[in-house]
Ligand binder design. Structure first.
Ligand code: PMP
Length: 283
């Protein structure tokens, strides 16, 4: 299944963007990726309100004048699911972009695209991954805020990921300008040590992940201590386990960061966090 709605209307032909469109030319867009889970009886959107709130923070920051409210956008999405009779796990992308042939500073003529495609959950079955510590710094709050989910931010991710692959790793870990562990190219990072969970704080130039925040809150409710803190790269060597978390990858164990090995997949705290997420989604 792969459907898209542009400004509230179903697009049968998705090849509609002009070659002079500044969002195409410069990556000027803000978006959200949201998962929906099919329980067998109904669709559950993962933290839809949190995703939409973050989207509207991004809209405000990039100065797009959008003509829809958060509530109307949420209703539009729910109606599309009903109309399309969607009964499977999906990945939803909501994108606001410049819908005209103007300049990169355009604030009006903002289009909205909702695309929905099949994406089966892999929660709890993900294979382990390994990360290179990137030679590229994470983009910084004072130049290109990583807390805004903007298309062009992924140029930074692209450089780091391609460097990692070139050097034989599956993924990359960013260090921020302050010299602290930040995040991966499309997900947040967590570590485990002595029954506690650690993750970089919001001032480590991260995109404050919705999955990250949900994991923190589920751990807090289950009396698993979580530290949102400054983590220097040398601390990586002191942790027992590590994992990535984000909408697309859900939760993925890390076996190695450069020379440091982790035992994550079988770690009881890691397994507990997967159970907590499953329970949160399916009840
Ligand atoms: N960091 C980056 C750079 C990302 O692209 C993502 C994915 N959106 C995340 C973190 C995780 O955020 P979320 O859990 O909201 O998907």
């Amino acid at each position: 299944m792969n459907v898209a709605y542009l400004n509230g209307r179903k697009c049968e032909d998705l090849r509609q963007i002009s070659v002079y469109n500044p969002s195409f030319l410069y990556g000027i867009n803000v978006f959200e990726g949201i998962r929906s889970y099919w329980t067998g009886e109904e669709t559950r959107f993962f933290d839809i309100d949190e995703h939409l709130q973050r989207l509207f923070v991004s809209v405000e920051f990039i100065k797009f004048k959008v003509s829809i409210s958060i509530n109307d956008l949420k209703n539009e999405l729910i109606q599309i699911f009903q109309k399309e009779k969607i009964a499977e796990d999906t990945y939803i992308r909501i994108t606001f972009f410049i819908n005209s042939e103007s300049t990169w500073s355009e604030q009006s003529n903002i289009g909205r695209l909702i695309s929905i495609r099949s994406m089966k959950t892999n929660l709890g079955n993900a294979t382990e991954t390994n990360l290179l510590i990137s030679s590229f710094n994470r983009i910084s709050s004072r130049s290109m805020p990583p807390s805004i989910k903007a298309g062009a931010n992924y140029l930074n991710s692209r450089y780091a990921l391609l460097e990692a692959k070139r050097k034989g790793f599956e993924g990359a870990l960013f260090i921020c300008e302050r010299g602290l562990v930040s995040e991966s190219t499309g997900s947040c990072i967590f570590f485990i040590k002595d029954e506690c969970v650690y993750t970089p704080s919001e001032n480590s130039d991260i995109l404050v992940g919705i999955t990250r925040n949900r994991i923190i809150s589920l751990c807090n409710d289950s009396r698993i201590k979580v530290y949102e803190t400054d983590l220097t790269p040398s601390l990586i060597y002191s942790f027992e386990a590590a994992f990535l978390a984000g909408t697309m990858i859900e939760i993925k164990p890390i076996s190695q960061i450069e020379g440091k090995q982790f035992v994550t997949s079988t770690h009881h705290i890691y397994k507990r966090i997967i159970e907590l997420l499953k329970h949160y989604i399916y009840g």
